[in-house]
Design a protein around this ligand. Structure first.
Ligand SMILES: [Zn+2]
Length: 492
């Protein structure tokens, strides 16, 4: 498979034009227009509801200030302009999970516009425009149960999600491959979680992505017929669905067919998109200004206060980590993947661990243990303080790497005092040249064949001798020092 085919790029005279629409539930305590809790996932069906989010006649919405502020924070983090005036509109359509018969959304005067997002694709810096970030409310959810063949199919409606604050982040059609679309989404998710507005959960649908995909002849400036692809709930699904859709459209055109504007759903088990419905036009929704909510005039001081409170974003933080702590660009990117990881790293350095050693351990053994136990270091029994103590023992050469590794695994969940354990169990490294020298003499005497092999040029023989010395010290020697001493002795 060629790189081009893998990236989903079209190499047959066509180019793909992709724009993503991302919906992100906001991490507010209450819903968008009522006081119901927005934390509904574990709640009994329809228990987080009230006359407002059920759309009962006469109930009036009240705007959630926190949701507005989180949307402004997002928009600013995505380099958007915040117009001084914005309003909400009704998007009218009927669906069982939408009891009001309309969704409160934003149409012609969104909360923000004209932003952009930058990210890397195949080592190339890429920019995608952000058309707008606006605020709306989520719908309920449907659960289908029963058996189609026995005609005992039933559908259940849960309105707990109804009215949960939802941001829509509309990207410009600036993406040209499935790879670029995935990287855009990875970076967007990273920023949303960094600034604390969304939990980034694609699988559970608190972060959702639809893709508008079309293709056109290279050099053509007109856009081709657009297909909207839905139902992708992982980065992998987004990538596969877009790559599939580009290829499907190419085949239709190559065979002389005509594409229709429609919505297609990604079916993971079939690895294909299937037609769901023809695409509605904006006028089908009969948008009009929401009469129950006042338009919003955003105070400039408030916008500036939100701007200065935005935490350092992942890319800036990675650059600073490289400069301040001497990390490679790769290590800095890995350590700043999540805000929690980056905070943990800086806590370790502040507590006295060396910057380079802390980076190595965090991205290696600590990451593996955090994954294994599903507990981050900060929440583990060992914690920041315990790991710092352990790393100081390594840096001071009191213990060697493999002893530290064993102690880390042992203490990760329950914690303990690494220095006390080292003393109690006699785990301190055998670094004393006289003590090592005696052991080396014993090993040389006991292994005449390996010594001869090494002297006659077989480097590998040295490893078995190093191994024998390490074994004699119960793994407590510095393997590099042992190697050096052995070389000297065998040469002499
Ligand atoms: Zn409610």
């Amino acid at each position: 498979m060629t790189v081009q085919a893998r990236s989903g790029a079209v190499d047959t005279g066509y180019e793909a034009v992709i724009g993503l629409e991302v919906h992100a539930q906001l991490l507010t305590r209450s819903k968008m227009f009522c006081v119901c809790s927005a934390d509904y996932t574990a709640a009994a069906p329809n228990s987080h509801t009230c006359p407002v989010c059920l759309g009962l006649p006469g109930a009036l919405p009240v705007m959630n200030r926190q949701a507005v502020e989180m949307t402004v924070r997002t928009a600013l983090a995505l380099n958007c302009e915040i117009p001084p005036f914005t309003k909400f509109d009704r998007k009218n359509y009927f669906y069982p999970d939408l009891p009001k018969g309309y969704q409160i959304s934003q149409y012609d005067l969104p909360l923000s516009q004209n932003g952009h997002l930058e990210f890397m694709v195949d080592g190339q810096r890429t920019r995608c425009g952000i058309t707008r970030v606006h605020l709306e409310e989520d719908t309920g959810t449907m659960h289908h149960a029963g058996d189609v063949l026995q005609e005992a199919l039933s559908s259940l409606v849960d309105l707990n999600r109804c009215g949960v604050p939802l941001m829509e982040i509309v990207g410009e059609p600036d993406l040209r491959s499935a790879d670029a679309a995935r990287e855009y989404l990875v970076r967007l998710r990273q920023i949303l979680t960094y600034i604390g507005v969304n939990d980034g959960n694609l699988e559970q649908g608190s972060l959702r992505c639809d893709a508008n995909v079309s293709i056109r002849r290279v050099g053509e400036t007109q856009l081709g017929t657009k297909v909207e692809v839905k139902n992708m709930n992982s980065f992998r699904a987004v990538h596969r669905a877009i790559a599939f859709e580009i290829e499907r459209q190419r085949k239709v055109l190559e065979e002389g067919g005509k594409l229709v504007q429609e919505t297609r759903g990604w079916v993971e088990t079939r690895g294909a998109t299937v037609s769901q419905r023809s695409k509605e036009m904006a006028h089908d929704y009969r948008y009009f200004p929401e009469p129950d909510l006042p338009p919003l005039q955003l105070d400039r001081d408030l916008v500036e206060r939100i701007r200065v409170a935005i935490p350092e974003l992942p890319e800036a933080r990675a650059v600073r980590f490289s400069e301040q702590y001497g990390l490679s660009a790769y290590d800095a990117a890995v350590i700043t993947t999540t805000r929690a990881d980056a905070d943990t790293y800086e806590d370790l350095v502040r507590a006295g661990a060396s910057a380079k050693v802390a980076a190595n351990w965090l991205t290696g053994d600590v990451a593996a243990l955090a994954n294994l136990h599903r507990v981050p270091l900060a929440g583990s029994g060992l914690g920041i303080a315990g790991l710092t103590e352990l790393l100081k023992l390594v840096e001071a050469a009191t213990i060697n790497g493999s002893t530290a590794k064993d102690l880390l695994a042992e203490l990760y969940l329950d914690g303990g005092d690494p220095a006390a354990l080292v003393a109690e169990r006699g785990l301190a490294q055998v670094g004393d040249a006289a003590e090592l020298g005696a052991l080396i003499t014993e090993v040389i005497d006991a292994n005449p064949k390996a010594c001869d092999d090494f002297r006659s040029g077989r480097e590998a023989a040295l490893q078995s001798l190093v191994g024998a010395v390490m074994k004699a010290t119960r793994g407590r020697a510095d393997a590099r020092l042992v190697t050096t001493l052995l070389r000297e002795r065998l040469a002499g």
